[in-house]
Design a protein around this ligand. Structure first.
Ligand code: AP5
Ligand code: MG
Length: 216
């Protein structure tokens, strides 16, 4: 089966963690705008330099930049038979463009998985997170340690702390989520697409719930 999925949720909800499980399970790519932006920042492209100023403040990158990324990414062959959008859309304007982009290609979204976690837990998760420089997998100093200290279990690359994972920046990201992204829950509820999932609990249990939700 091919599925066109959106993972919606605040920073630290587990979008990236669960997207990687769903990718394995369903053989469809994870498309993370955050990962694509971080790669551009690392390569110091003009686009990355522009995006970094927003990311470092915990603010959203302007819609036009992110929409260009997604347009290009969704036109690649590997997303022809399903995809997992992780961190996109994040504004109503992005959601409107996505829906037009998909309908122009005879496609639509199957499920919008809305993961909820309270803010105190989100802050604990993000400030303790380590991220793989190679594949982007997230780890956690308390909840999800790598087998070898400082190294990714999957690809062996070094782990690092994201620049925007400082507590102050995380608080700004939560504000941006509440004001600009949370309205998408109502937007997609009206379209009958939202599948709410409690993001609190063991990572594996949440994965099992998500798989059940997707498979219906
Ligand atoms: P992005 O990279 O998308 O970050 P985010 O949405 O803030 O979300 P995170 O990646 O922090 O969290 P996550 O939900 O993936 O959680 P994870 O699985 O890692 O965006 C970064 C920035 O880029 C934005 O601020 C913005 O500037 C820009 N940007 C990106 N997309 C954009 C867009 N569309 N428009 C405009 N700007 C955009 O888990 C977090 C931690 O918790 C990990 O350590 C993990 O091990 C742990 N964990 C996961 N699940 C559990 C669990 N069940 N129990 C305990 N610990 C857990
Ligand atoms: Mg993520």
């Amino acid at each position: 089966m091919s599925y066109n999925l959106i993972l919606l949720g605040p920073p630290g909800a587990g979008k990236g963690t669960q997207a990687k499980v769903l990718t394995e399970r369903f053989g469809i790519p994870q498309i993370s705008t955050g990962d694509i932006l971080r790669a551009a920042v690392k390569d110091q492209t003009p686009f990355g330099v522009r995006a970094k100023a927003f990311m470092d403040q915990g603010a959203l990158v302007p819609d036009d930049l992110v929409i260009d990324i997604i347009r290009e990414r969704l036109s690649m062959a590997d997303s022809a038979h399903g995809f997992i959008l992780d961190g996109f859309p994040r504004t109503v304007a992005q959601a409107d463009v996505l829906s037009k982009m998909l309908s122009d290609n005879g496609k639509s979204i199957d499920h919008v998985i809305s993961i909820t976690v309270d803010n105190d837990e989100l802050i604990q998760r993000v400030i303790g997170r380590l991220t793989c420089k190679g594949c982007g997998r997230g780890y956690h100093l308390k909840f999800d340690l790598p087998a070898v200290e400082g190294k990714c279990n999957v690809c062996g690359a070094d782990l690092y702390q994201r620049d925007d994972d400082k507590e102050e920046t995380m608080r700004a990201r939560l504000v941006a989520y509440a004001s600009q992204t949370a309205p998408l829950i109502e937007y997609y509820t009206k379209l009958g697409l939202v599948r709410p999932v409690d993001g609190l609990g063991a990572i594996q249990e949440i994965s099992n719930t998500l798989i059940r939700v997707v498979e219906g």
